[in-house]
Design a protein around this ligand. Sequence first.
Ligand code: OOG
Ligand code: MG
Length: 260
Amino acid sequence: MNAAELQPFAQRLDEARLSATPIEGLTLAHPELTLEDAYTIMEQGIALRLGRGETRVGLKMGFTSEAKRQQMGLASPILGELTDRMRVPAGGVFRVQGSIHPRIEPEIAFITARELRGAVTREEALAACEGVTLALEIIDSRYRDFKLFSLQNVVADNSSSSHFVLGEKRMDPSSLALDSLEMVFAINGVERHRALSSAISGHPATSVVQLCALLEKRGRSLPAGSIVLAGGATAAEALHAGDEVRLTVTGLGELTVRAS
Ligand code: OOG
Ligand code: MG
């Protein structure tokens, strides 16, 4: 489909998000939608947000861990876009009102110092990152019952992006064994999941490599100064008003967010 034909899908998803009203998966009525179409819809949706004054701050990878692929029943890595309006300060409060069915998941995040383009090695990706930190991603599907059904649906919906929380302490990526950090994810003082950071793409920096490859297919690069979420290390958990969520990662410290 051409851009003009895809634009109404972007509009529908944007309205679903703004009104917190879920819709049916796009591929239910339009099984002909391709993954490329879905990425065009994602970019059109971001353009709508930029038009309202939001700015791009980075990108996220999805389905980079087996736990996430199993939870959602989808197998390939995907990307999503992050804007300034999605950021919740570390230790801050996230209001669930305005979301449909928010979930939260533990991640590792990078901050790039240099542009990265196309086929890069993990070493090149790491060398281009000026910092690594822990992160919590709040996802929220605009589809009824959080049923994604297909990669096309979730990609068109900006890969369920909603909000994210970044750790305040940035570490030098070369100072840590990034594939063997222990991640402990607790809600209201109760441990919900524990994983090694290798759960994310075998090594979280491999998510950056995959992101560059996906961007290249769209004729894009990863800009300098980007925040990159490497993907949930464990299954996501439902987020309810009153929850206090805590992520602890060896060497990266602790990060909390409260939901109200
Ligand atoms: C899609 C988003 C996946 C991750 O970290 O794997 C994602 C979803 O689960 O709805 O953000
Ligand atoms: Mg995620």
